[in-house]
Design a protein around this ligand. Structure first.
Ligand code: ZN
Length: 141
């Protein structure tokens, strides 16, 4: 469990932000706002509907990042010693291996069936919550 001292960007109160462990998903636990300000923000945002949701689907044909490009970038990422590498904890079935990598603001996930050698590359898309249609890729900024 990691706690960090923070100062609220709105009211300037000092507070403790919990970055991991039990309670880190508490809706008022926030990197920028103290629990009191965050509770007010959460309450105000209840009236704003969610317009897009994130869905994971296979990359389309002719997408610039295919399995080969992903594996090449993943290898470069592993060889880059300039930062600490965080590997996915495999929680799925044992015969599946997962690799995650962000390439040009887009998250990719390579799923490999270690029994058959079959590979599937997925990425994230934004789906409209009103029309249900996929509108674009999901970019992280
Ligand atoms: Zn505050």
């Amino acid at each position: 469990m990691m706690h960090y001292p923070k100062r609220c960007v709105h009211c300037n109160t000092r507070y403790s932000y919990q970055a991991s462990g039990d309670g880190c998903f508490n809706p008022v636990n926030d990197k920028r706002y103290c629990p009191i300000c965050k509770a007010i923000i959460n309450e105000a945002l209840k009236s704003v509907s969610i317009k897009f949701e994130k869905v994971e689907l296979p990359v389309p044909e002719n997408h610039p990042i295919a399995i080969e490009q992903f594996e090449e970038k993943y290898k470069e990422w592993e060889e880059d010693t300039s930062f600490i590498h965080f590997y996915r904890v495999n929680l799925g079935p044992e015969n599946f291996k997962y690799k995650d990598l962000k390439i040009k603001n887009q998250n990719y996930k390579l799923i490999e069936n270690t029994d058959t050698g079959e590979k599937l590359l997925e990425t994230e898309y934004e789906r409209s919550t009103t029309s249900g249609k996929i509108e674009d890729f999901w970019y992280e900024y």
